[in-house]
Design a protein around this ligand. Sequence first.
Ligand code: NIG
Ligand code: FE
Length: 413
Amino acid sequence: MTRQLFRNARIYTPLDTGRPRAGKAQGELAHFPQGAMLVENGLIAAIGNEPEVVALAGSAGETSEVDCGGRCMIPGFVDPHTHMCFTDLREAEFAMRLEGTPYLEILRQGGGILSSVKAVAAASDDELYQKTLGRVETALQFGTTTLEIKSGYGLDTENELKMLRVIDKVAKNSMVDVVATFLGAHAVPVAYRNDPGAFIDLVIKEMLPAVRKQGIARFCDIFCEEGVFSVAESRRLLHAARGMGLGVKLHADEVHDLGGAGLAAELGACSADHLLAASEENIRAMAAAGVIAILLPATAYSLRKPYARARLMIDQNLPLALATDCNPGSSFTESMQFVFGLAVLNMQLSPAEALTGATLNAAYGIGMADRVGSLDPGKQADFLLLDGETPAILAYHAGVSSIAYVYKKAKKI
Ligand code: NIG
Ligand code: FE
């Protein structure tokens, strides 16, 4: 057995009480100003004030010690919403957006998600794998130790399965824990432009069974948006996906208040994501139904849209998670620290609320809270040592990484 004692750390972590932390509890962290953590075989054995943890370690055979130098220790970031599996960047479209063309207009003209679809179809498995792995490794350098990756640049059975296969290979070859989501209904393919319902039929009849047989995806997601898929189409797909044993999620009310958040509540979805335009009524319905809100402030930032109403959501007891949405169109960043800073400075979350959102609630948002997301005994020793005294450094020190060291299962990266 390998036993390690990490001492002399200012520890901050949400504690896992068996459900996502909402309302006031979102902002409550455990804090050990002179803390230590005992790890056995990569799993947390004990955490707390240094003298108590040291006493525990002393009675238990050989232990290697790491002095954390008084740095702030927090759980590794969990990024519960990314589209990192793609090939080419879309810088020319970024320039178009800067000149005033709306994001959905670029998609309507056959660009946007549809440009990435063309590029993914033309790429070999290996090219897609190398590029995806590179982004996952970047995320890890920036403190993300667990993340979700969606398919959705395939839009046909062959290419959706290819994306999921590549995501699975990345999962097997990276230190990062990776969860795969099937997003076959990410955009309406050109051939179905006048009949998105027929495309949903295809996703249900052909893609879903193939995805289930392949056995890689754990969730099914859909882009529920004006000009993309309606609430009725989303309901139909997600019912079928659930029937096949997949967890369900939605891109909901990102640009227009279509009622995706209400559908998430009706379905008891695991999460509804984006929610920039979600109505107060549907926010309340989500809270009552136990849905997690995954907020993506880097997308609002990049699209220059008003941020999701995070304070209202916390007041309504809706548990908030944070994610990058990393993708080549609406949010090109792998950095959860950047997202944390936006959440604190532009969505008025406290650093403690943002930390819970970027770790424990995010882990719940992708069904990983039994293993990661907080520094609770029994979980993996995935943690960060920050060049600062409190988690607030992540927002305060803007534009540079405050992450001195990243540990995955107690292994220094
Ligand atoms: O979450 N909204 C849809 N999907 C992504 C963007 C994907 C893309 O533009 O490539 C999003 O914003
Ligand atoms: Fe997204």
